[in-house]
Design a protein around this ligand. Structure first.
Ligand code: GLC
Ligand code: CA
Length: 559
């Protein structure tokens, strides 16, 4: 059987608002992306996933869509989009669109109609409930962006459900007309020639009919999880989507499925379940500390290895992994999992890249990761632009529950705005991102960390990613090999092998600034080194090998 292209591909995620501004209004845009396609081609990626570019009032930076078939004014026009798509295709790059259909914006025409009353063609497009006898919310669920998940609408005299902000009402997928509309819209984009969809919180589209109070989970509200995540009809709806739309085109599909287990992933993205090609799981980036996700502690390496290895092993031959360290909702990889101090930043960024790109699955690079871009040194909550961070600070701190001193390091380390500061193109003002005033602060380290400097330096993180991507094209074992973890209890070293049709890899990654010694497995003593993040190979061939701070290397042998 021929390997589908998305299994061999490397995906690059663009957050359009922060990638490249072409007209000086301080906001990244489509023409900005088009102007940088050659840069992406040079990196060697195959697929671009763009965070939403549709018309949106921007309550959640485009994840609140008011028209699925129009482009956000700030990002350009549909002509700009068509040009971007054709310029990408000319270069052999594919474009995957973000599909946000768990909810729309409250400014979407469907919602504007729906809130008018209980009659009418759109009355049932959203999830409406009466309040309790005393007029309070139908239940105690909290939204992901703080506060209640219910909002009362005066016009309709009912509450609507919003698992995210109150400007993001949840669609009612049990209504077949909603599914018709969504599938028609998807087909319209496919007919334009796009190459796939990344499906936003797709595991939340089906809710239970009965909506009891949720368990209090540390915060002020109850947890909607058991009633809204991996709900009763989610697989039925995805199979229907597959049959009616996806299977008719040559697409790549990836579902955002927070809280998913490997078993569930095998349903969403099983080789023969006819739903999606792959899913994102979040166990390795999902801290559960005293303040929920706001937790600045590093996950112990042994735990990280256990999680990632479980996914490598349990999906093998049954479903396909998506590999990522960060995205537009997560802090920067090198700051979170590596070491962003100047003496270790480049080395540890390359180590993380090695660790991820040698695993089984499709790797995703988040914009700027290939430069080793770091978290932003946030000093105060008014620097945040992200609705989630702004509300979380209010709910935890301004309410007096936690002191600023206690909470600040947690939110500063985890805030989604860390990933959303502008891409650093060069050392000119604003990192070359805009000639105007950027919509969000630019990381002051742009003078050292930028694409122009990286392209000039043969030892840069950029060139290392380029090499990793090229290796994937050359060695089938990187795409297909069976994974095995070694040294599972070692607190500092992440060591694993891959094996496929007589080819074998040994991957060694150090997550510490200490020197460590390891004995290489016998068979790798004479093996060839494919890539490493130190200029020399260290004491190769010897029985014991010194592993230097944040060192990574990969050995290859053919039996
Ligand atoms: C997803 C997106 C995130 C967004 C949320 C609501 O988790 O990745 O950015 O805020 O869904 O659409
Ligand atoms: Ca612009």
């Amino acid at each position: 059987m021929q390997t589908p292209w998305w299994k061999e591909a490397v995906v690059y995620q663009i957050y359009p608002r922060s990638f490249m501004d072409s007209n000086g209004d301080g906001i990244g845009d489509l023409n900005g992306i088009t102007s940088k396609l050659d840069y992406l081609k040079e990196l060697g990626i195959d697929v671009i996933w763009m965070s939403p570019v549709y018309q949106s009032p921007n309550d959640d930076n485009g994840y609140d869509i008011s028209d699925y078939q129009a482009i956000m004014d700030e990002f350009g026009t549909m002509e700009d989009f068509d040009r971007l798509l054709s310029e990408a295709h000319k270069r052999g790059l594919r474009i995957v669109m973000d599909l946000v259909v768990n909810h729309t914006s409250d400014e979407h025409a469907w919602f504007v109609e729906s809130r008018k009353g209980k009659e009418g063609p759109y009355a049932d497009f959203y999830i409406w409930r009466d309040g309790k006898a005393d007029g309070s919310e139908p239940n105690n669920w909290g939204s992901c962006f703080s506060g209640s998940a219910w909002q009362f609408d005066e016009g309709r005299g009912q509450y609507y459900l919003h698992l995210f902000s109150k400007k993001q009402p949840d669609l009612n997928w049990d209504n077949p007309k909603v599914r018709d509309k969504v599938f028609q819209m998807m087909a319209w984009w496919c007919d334009k020639g796009i190459d796939g969809f990344r499906m936003d919180v797709i595991s939340m589209i089906s809710k239970t009919a009965n909506m009891p109070d949720g368990k209090a989970n540390g915060g002020l509200y109850g947890d909607f999880g058991p009633y809204c995540v991996h709900g009763p009809n989610v697989h039925q709806y995805l199979r229907e989507m597959n049959e009616r739309v996806l299977s008719r085109y040559d697409l790549m599909t990836v579902g955002e499925t927070s809280g998913v287990t490997p078993e569930q992933a095998c349903l969403y993205a099983g080789t023969d379940t006819h739903e999606l090609n792959m899913v994102f799981q979040f166990e390795h980036v999902d801290p559960k500390g005293k303040y929920g996700k706001w937790d600045d502690r590093k996950m112990p390496l042994v735990t990280l290895k256990k999680i990632l290895s479980k996914w490598q092993e349990e999906l093998y031959g049954k479903a396909w992994n998506s590999l990522f360290w960060d995205n537009h909702d997560q802090p920067r990889a090198v700051s979170r999992f590596g070491d962003d101090r100047p003496q270790y930043r480049v080395r540890s960024a390359k180590m993380l890249a090695t660790c991820l790109h040698m695993m089984q699955g499709t790797p995703y690079i988040y914009q700027g990761e290939e430069l080793g871009m770091t978290n932003y040194p946030f000093k105060s909550p008014d620097e945040f632009r992200d609705i989630e961070s702004v509300h979380a600070y209010e709910e935890w701190c301004e309410s007096g529950r936690v002191s600023h001193e206690e909470f600040w390091p947690c939110i500063a380390a985890i805030s989604r705005d860390n990933a959303r500061t502008p891409f650093q193109w060069d050392d000119s003002p604003n990192g070359g991102f805009t000639k105007g005033t950027p919509w969000i602060l630019v990381n002051p380290n742009y003078r050292e960390i930028n694409a122009q400097a990286a392209l000039k330096d043969p030892d840069s993180v950029f060139h290392y990613y380029q090499k990793l991507i090229a290796l994937r094209k050359q060695y089938p074992v990187i795409v297909h090999g069976k994974y095995r973890l070694l040294l599972e209890d070692d607190p500092d070293l992440f060591v694993y092998t891959r094996e496929f049709e007589g080819e074998k890899l040994l991957v060694v990654c150090s997550f510490t600034e200490e020197e460590r010694e390891i004995s290489l497995p016998e068979e790798f003593k004479e093996a060839q080194c494919l890539i490493g993040n130190y200029p020399d190979l260290g004491d190769e061939g010897k029985e014991k090998r010194l592993v230097r701070p944040y060192e990574a290397f990969v050995y290859f042998l053919r039996q």
